[in-house]
Design a protein around this ligand. Structure first.
Ligand code: ADP
Length: 192
């Protein structure tokens, strides 16, 4: 199921929240700073332990890494690095799609049943929200075809961003989530 909320992502009680991190993974501004502040110093220390793949890079653009959530209500933080938007002709859409794909795969591998995403790359990295939201929804839908019982929350910080997501979801097949929802409840009732 896909849900759209307007919230501070650090408040959400989900299995994993996704962080729009940078490659060094040691905190920054925007949502990254908010997550590090709310999770506490332990998150910084856990990030330090993530091995560098090359000097100054713990997580290359489009990839994802997982740590505990420490003082957050969320059990895990999935750190992913979105592309810096130049003009859309430098592989930005594919890199942003990879962020969603890899974060969701990591969530599933770690048994997460609910995952919340901020609007990756749409702050300081400058990705236009309308284009970024299309990619987020498309990649998530693809993923949910094979992982029907994971709940994905798009956590928008601004009312404008939420309206963009709401509108895009409304335009696309709105019965999709309802169908998935019913199937999940039925599966939950099957005795093991
Ligand atoms: P990036 O560098 O990937 O662009 P930013 O943190 O600058 O990352 O912005 C990404 C998105 O996160 C923006 O839409 C911004 O409004 C939003 N954001 C900032 N703080 C929070 C927060 N506490 N909870 C949810 N979203 C947030």
């Amino acid at each position: 199921m896909i849900t759209i909320v307007q919230s501070d992502i650090t408040m959400l009680e989900v299995d994993a929240i996704v962080n729009a991190a940078n490659q060094v993974m040691l905190g920054g501004g925007g949502v990254d700073g908010a997550i590090h502040r709310a999770a506490g110093k332990e998150l910084f220390n856990a990030c330090l332990k993530v091995p560098e793949v090359r000097p100054g890079v713990r997580c290359p653009t489009g990839e994802a890494r997982i740590t505990p959530g420490f003082r957050l209500p969320a059990k895990f933080v999935i750190h992913t690095v979105g592309p810096v938007f130049r003009d859309g002709q430098h592989g930005e859409p594919e890199k942003l799609a990879n962020c969603y794909r890899n974060s969701l795969a990591l969530a599933a591998e770690n048994g997460c049943k609910s995952v919340a995403f901020p609007c990756i790359s749409t702050g300081v990295y400058g990705y236009p929200i309308e284009d970024a939201a299309k990619i987020a929804i498309q990649e998530t839908r693809n993923f949910l075809k094979s992982h029907r019982c994971i709940d994905v929350v798009f956590c928008c910080f601004s009312g404008y961003d939420k309206r963009v997501y709401d509108e895009l979801l409304r335009k696309s097949e709105s019965t999709y989530e309802r169908k998935v929802d019913v199937t999940c409840s039925m599966e939950a009732n099957i005795p093991t």
